[in-house]
Write a new protein. Sequence first.
Length: 277
Amino acid sequence: MKIHKLLFIFLGFLLVESIVAIDDKGVRYFREGDFEKALEYYESILRKQIHNKEAQFGLGTTSFQTQDFIAAEEAFKQVLESEEPELQSRSHYNLGNLYFQNQKFEESLAHYKKSIELNPTDPEPKWNYELVQRMIQQQSEKNNDSSDDSQEKDEKNQQDNQSQDQKNKDSQENQSEKQNDEGSQDNRSEQEEKKETNQEQNRDNNTNNSQKEDTNNQPQEQNQTDPTLAEKNEEGADSLKNKMNAQAILNALKDKEKINKRRQMNRVKSRKTEKDW
């Protein structure tokens, strides 16, 4: 990354400026890239002068180049206790570089800002501060875009899932309806078959019963009398009987009338005879 390269350049530049006052050996080893000898040199000074802030600064800078960030951070923090504002400013600056390297951008900005406050005339902390601030802003916008994209993706996935769930539900309902229709059709078919079977059995039973009745009724036809005819005969007999009774009564009346006439004639004859006497 371009920002990384710029930060490394500024880190080396501040190292050279800071350790010239101690000895040219540490600077020479550092410039030659012989960081092990540079570390040995600074450690040897600190064994003799434990509070030597310039040696601690050189140790921190060289440890940073060897990517021993823990040792570098500890050394730079020791330098912050220095009474020299310029040395403190450069330690803050290099701590800003270290935290940037570890992607601790907010802490990096805080140290750049402190470096600027301690040494307002130094342009490097200002420039790196602006670069990192711009990078954080871009990263924030990118994260927002990613968040929006992720949200849109989540919403789309949710919609897709809902759509798929609805499709599955519709498919299950259609399958259930199809099964119900098939079941109903099967039931209707079974019922129709059962009905037809019962009808056939009833027809067979009726045929058998009819044949049986015909067989049983054939010998008895001559001996049986139609109930209607019997009733008519009975009515005719009653009518004849009534007529006979009426005729008998009429004949009796006629006989009685004859007897009465005879009696009257006898009485007349008797009276006439008496007169003749």
